[in-house]
Design a binder for this molecule. Structure first.
Ligand SMILES: Cc1cc2nc3c(=O)[nH]c(=O)nc-3n(C[C@H](O)[C@H](O)[C@H](O)COP(=O)(O)OP(=O)(O)OC[C@H]3O[C@@H](n4cnc5c(N)ncnc54)[C@H](O)[C@@H]3O)c2cc1C
Ligand SMILES: NC(=O)c1ccc[n+]([C@@H]2O[C@H](COP(=O)([O-])OP(=O)(O)OC[C@H]3O[C@@H](n4cnc5c(N)ncnc54)[C@H](O)[C@@H]3O)[C@@H](O)[C@H]2O)c1
Length: 452
């Protein structure tokens, strides 16, 4: 008989939630971690980056900022510790797991039999091949946290969320920062207007931004070097940070031998219930192409773990998940505003949101996408605390609320979420502008006047 109902491989955002969910359902669960439980989010991702951004915003110096990073990580670490997992009923095993063809996994060679397996092995930062520079000389989101002094000149390769967040934070801490992005604009996955506002904000913080121009090679010069772009520009640096995406950790684990299919980048392929091509193996988090964030890693792992231990087939939501890039201004988005079936886009510039004006921060906007039946199917918010407004927008999209329903809920004044409320009200009032309802209203008012 198998020792466990579920073995979870990986103790990051996905693995922690998956293991706790299965234990909460009464299953016998083990979690195998080869490094530290807490994973990327706690040690090298969300937590340190948000602490650094907050410290840079508050005008801290580099050493104080790094101390705040360490303090935030240390304060949260106990929540994700092996002790916390054990007290939730999860058996924690330290070591490297590979799939066992006989079922379950092998941890450092020792068999750990289990009825099912959840792969939650995450992804590592990709380091681009730059002729003239050893990969070890390139900082990544994994190694940047051990810097002991602020680089004078930081070249950031990549204009996605990591590149934008860290470039702005390091510029605010006093480094001379250049971003080199091969994509035609920063944050290429987001609304183009959002990308433009982030570029303006980074430039206002002193960041030099080069887009549509990949980094090709680097030459060493003394203590630093200089980066050569595809269009022949030279960018001098003392340190270089690669923020060019991630490679899933899926190799050397016997996945192909177990019949598990991978995409061309190595992500584990699953069906919408998160089951792999091998019927007893499930996957969630950055190791799959379905998730790029901590919240989706957790939600997907909970679904996968419940499906694995209960034999259910709950599916992941087809709606594009909420996401926030924590630059200043924040860029927050959910759903697919330009997808078919979302024919109407309603935009409220924050020059019309009193709180944004009062805070002297009116450069953002709130944009919602509404389908033919008046339901809110997505949107983007750019501005201070946009990530907080996104909670309400995500609920509206998830619950398939109509703009009229959101418009009917009174919002406190003056708040940043007034922009979302104003967009919903604008959409609710839109039909009144067309000829037939206008004529009907005119008639009603004329009748009331005549009857007075
Ligand atoms: C700088 C930065 C900032 C970010 N900010 C945010 C943010 O603000 N919000 C957000 O939602 N997301 C953010 N992210 C993304 C977020 O960190 C990831 O999406 C999330 O941590 C992925 O979780 P995971 O469990 O899939 O993988 P990981 O956290 O990478 O966990 C995988 C674990 O598996 C272990 N492992 C791998 N292979 C094996 C094996 N064979 N045996 C045993 N153990 C193994 C690894 O050691 C690791 O601990 C950020 C990322 C970065 C880099
Ligand atoms: N706030 C958040 O939620 C948050 C923050 C940081 C990271 N993350 C997640 O972490 C993951 C990694 O983020 P990322 O920003 O590293 O990856 P990304 O894939 O989002 O962006 C990488 C960027 O690098 C560029 N690039 C690639 N090779 C290049 C080259 N040689 N020269 C110049 N540019 C090059 C690409 O054009 C792209 O714009 C993503 O999944 C992201 O969603 C999330």
């Amino acid at each position: 008989m198998a020792d466990f109902d579920l073995v979870v491989v990986g103790g990051g955002s996905a693995g922690l939630v998956g293991a706790q969910t299965a234990a909460g359902l009464g299953a016998r669960v083990a979690l195998v971690e080869e490094a530290r439980t807490g994973g990327e989010c706690l040690y090298t991702g969300c937590v340190p980056s948000k602490a650094l951004i907050a410290a840079a915003r508050d005008g801290a110096g580099f050493e104080e900022a790094m101390a705040r990073v360490r303090a935030a990580v240390a304060a949260i670490a106990p929540h994700d510790s092996p002790q916390a997992l054990e007290s939730a009923g999860v058996r924690v095993l330290h070591g490297r797991a590979v799939l066992d063809p006989h079922g379950g996994v092998r941890v450092d060679g020792h068999p750990v039999p289990s009825r099912s397996v959840l792969l939650a092995t995450g992804a590592s930062p990709a380091v681009p091949a730059l002729a003239g520079l050893e990969p070890a000389e390139v900082l990544t989101s994994e190694t940047v946290w051990s810097l002991d002094r602020l680089p004078d000149r930081l070249a950031v390769v990549g204009g996605g969320p990591v590149g934008c967040e860290l470039a702005q934070a390091f510029a605010r801490l006093g480094a001379e920062v250049t971003v080199v992005a091969s994509s035609p604009r920063l944050l290429p996955g987001e609304d183009p207007h959002a990308s433009a506002l982030v570029r303006t904000a980074l430039e206002a913080d002193g960041v030099r931004v080069i887009t549509g121009n990949g980094a090709m090679a680097a030459a060493r010069t003394g203590a630093g070097g200089s980066l050569l772009t595809a269009h022949g520009e030279r960018v001098p640096f003392t340190r270089l940070l690669a923020a060019t995406g991630k490679d899933p950790r899926t190799h050397g684990m016997g996945l192909a031998e177990a019949g598990i299919r991978l995409d061309d980048k190595g992500h584990i392929l699953t069906d919408t219930s998160l089951r792999t091509a091998s019927p007893r193996v499930w996957a969630a988090g950055d190791a799959t192409a379905r998730s790029h964030h901590t919240h989706t890693a957790g939600v997907h792992a909970a679904i996968a773990a419940a499906n694995a231990v209960l034999g259910t087939r709950r599916r992941v939501s087809p709606v594009a998940a909420p996401r926030v890039t924590f630059t200043m201004p924040e860029v927050a988005a959910v759903g697919q505003p330009t997808a078919p079936g979302a024919p109407r886009i309603v935009t409220v510039p924050h020059t019309r949101v009193d709180r944004a004006i009062a805070d002297a921060d009116p450069d953002g906007f709130t944009r919602i996408a509404v389908d033919r039946r008046g339901r809110i199917v997505g949107g983007t918010v750019v501005g201070p605390r946009a990530g907080e407004t996104l909670g309400e927008l995500s609920l509206a999209v998830h619950a398939r609320l109509k703009a009229a329903e959101l418009a009917g809920a009174v919002h406190a004044y003056p708040t940043h979420s007034d922009g979302l409320w104003a967009a919903a009200i604008q959409e609710q009032l839109r039909p009144l502008a067309s000829p037939l309802p206008r004529a009907a209203l005119r008639l009603l008012l004329a009748l009331r006047r005549a009857l007075r």
